[in-house]
Write a protein that binds this ligand. Sequence first.
Ligand code: GLA
Length: 359
Amino acid sequence: MKYTFRSPGRINLIGEHTDYNGGCVLPAAINKYTYITFEESDHFEAYSKYFDQRVKFSLDEKKENVEWLNYVKGALLYTSKYMKKKISPWKIEISGVLPLGAGLSSSASLMVGVVYGLCKVENWEMSRRQIANVAHKAENEFIGVNCGIMDQHIVAMGKKDTFMLIDTLNKEFEYVHAEKFPQMIVIDSGVKHKLASSEYNKRRMECGQVEGITGIKLRQMSLETVEKNKKTLGDTLYKRAFHVVSENVRVLKAIEAIKKSDWENLGRLLYASHESLRNFYEVSTWEMDFIIEKLKKFDVVYGARMIGGGFGGSILILSRRESSEEISKIMAKYESEFDAKIKVYAVSTSDGVQELQRT
Ligand code: GLA
């Protein structure tokens, strides 16, 4: 028997680098997927169409030299540990149209997809929330990226036509309906920075230092407190705190804007979020900043910002419907002028991970 699963990528409307600081985030699963198949076998084997590479492996605790395989192995191992059950050997194949390392959460898509798929093929009961938590733990501990909970939660629990407002302080969430939402376009900047995970962990550490020095959790901190502590924190920590605290405020304002279908205001919040990520959190790249500045000149665009961890990856654009062609043309011009390889595509919201078929 061959089982096929489909696991989405995600965009994050607003609330960037707040999910490991107890803040609120507003992601949506999108219609770009990783496909994972499980087939019974007498040994563990994985194939990635992305890399056209097939590898046999054993389910020990050791990390593999093949980087992508660790995401599969970590997901299998941590599910088995969580369930306190042994896994039978499977042949697992990965393919998809979700670009890797583009800030659309390909790693959470793969890991959540493997955990979910494994539960189905082994007939193990696990809630979607538990699946998200296991995939998150595996990424933190096995892969070694100290990421927050946003990506795994949205990949596991996303719902079409909604954004998921996740309060990462207590992991509570609610769905914000977005049926008449403006067009969402993703620009993959094509820049993949090797620094991303070490810088990500560094930002997280800096946030911890802010809380250590002030004795206040970033979630509870006001902008006045950030200003009052400017000298004590020093330039870098002040900037980090300023971003996180102001981003928390922007998320709440964004929800108000969505409720009122006030897309102009929502767009302005996206631009403001980008400015803050660029100037205060310092996780943007000059390519992304350049594109965003260009976009600001076009009336069809409500707003745009970098999404995900940063240091490359993708930009999310909120635009009037039917404008994707126009934006593609603008970007094609940019590409030919600057000899840069970027991809532009319209995305829409999607359901979380699911089983597609058994053959
Ligand atoms: C990555 C992480 C998320 C989140 C974002 C930044 O995507 O996996 O947990 O921290 O960066 O908002």
